[in-house]
Design a protein around this ligand. Structure first.
Ligand SMILES: [Fe+2]
Length: 343
């Protein structure tokens, strides 16, 4: 299938949640990133501290975002005078999402659509509070339409995994009813589709084409009707988000990468009408992968001609090391509190 994805002029990504915090490290010269300690101090609404001579600002520790296991990206695409914003996942917990939004002073009233990459609590845990806060923000600026929540229809009753001595369950994802009760307009989409004037593409099921991307080992789902746990290693509901950035190429966002980051990027090229991928950001789920899988993944991402990689969430330090080794200058880790701008 080929999507109707429009070219956009620029892109901004605000990392509301990610596993890693790093307000010090530098990014490669091609990456525009704001969120280090200097930026945090200068963005503080408070004036210069008293009795400290010529000091102009103070770094307030309670203005630094906190990382937690999950991901949430506020993504704004601009085309001409049109600006559209989508929230990609909501992180693992409501209080963390609220705290980081507040510290970032993020204008969440701009969010029109929330998409969930897949049903896993580290992506959906902040959902209900996010819906409420976004709708409150929208009302405050006289935007009457509530936020749309784009969900994959196949919601497991519970997800979990087979541990050494038995099945470990995750907390339940919010139900469709709970999302609606919180004020979200639920739309269910199993197939790939564009949203927000065709400026974003949300994929359907991601075809598994590489030999080494085998899904999430030991993953299980509980089926209420059968009252039993069944194997669920493929996490078929996982989908990605994509934009087509003018004169750069596609930018692909992957939540956990259970379908495989290479499978995801290959499908992105297919659905992006053959446009090359400029950048991929999000969870590449290589943290617990065997060494050959990490090496093969990075080799194949390099062969796809991707210019920048923003591994975050469940990508793991070994994958980042491998990217730096095989693709020097292309590594730009996604860290909480950072705003990336692409033009
Ligand atoms: Fe995840």
């Amino acid at each position: 299938m080929v999507s109707q994805l429009e070219e956009i002029d620029s892109l901004e990504v605000l990392v509301i949640n990610d596993n890693e915090l790093d307000p010090i490290s530098r990014y490669p010269p091609d990456v525009t990133a704001i969120g280090n300690l200097l930026h945090i101090a200068l963005a503080s609404p408070e004036g210069p501290p008293q009795n400290r001579g010529e000091c102009i600002k103070e770094v307030k520790m309670d203005q630094i975002c906190c990382g937690s296991h999950g991901i949430s990206l506020m993504i704004t695409a601009t085309k001409g005078d049109q600006k559209r914003t989508i929230l990609f996942d909501t992180g693992p917990e409501e209080s963390g999402w609220e705290r980081n939004v507040s510290r970032l002073r993020a204008d969440i009233s701009q969010v029109e659509v929330i998409m969930l990459s897949h049903w896993h609590r580290d992506h959906s845990g902040g959902m209900l509070r996010a819906v409420e806060m976004i709708n409150e923000g929208r009302k405050a600026v006289n935007k009457t339409s509530p936020v749309t929540v784009d969900l994959q229809p196949d919601r497991p009753d519970y997800r979990g995994f087979l541990g050494p001595t038995g099945i470990i369950s995750l907390e339940a994802d919010p139900t469709f009813n709970e999302v609606e009760k919180a004020g979200g307009v639920v739309v269910k989409n199993a197939q790939g589709h564009t949203v927000l004037d065709n400026m974003f593409y949300i994929s359907g099921e991601i075809p598994r084409v590489t030999e080494y991307e085998i899904g999430l080992r030991r993953a299980m789902r509980f089926v209420n009707e059968q009252d039993k746990w069944i194997e669920d290693t493929l996490i078929k509901d996982e989908r990605y988000l994509m934009v087509n950035l003018k004169e750069r190429g596609l930018v692909v966002f992957t939540g956990c990468g259970h379908a495989g980051v290479v499978n995801t990027c290959k499908n992105g090229i297919t659905n992006g009408n053959g446009v090359p991928i400029y950048a991929a950001m999000g969870g590449f789920h290589l943290a617990d992968a065997e060494a050959p899988t990490i090496e093969n993944s990075v080799r194949d991402l390099k062969d796809l001609g991707i210019k920048l990689l923003f591994p975050g969430h469940c990508s793991g330090w070994r994958a980042k090391y491998e990217i730096e080794k095989q693709m020097p200058g292309c590594l730009a880790p996604s860290t909480v509190g950072t705003k990336f701008t692409f033009v």
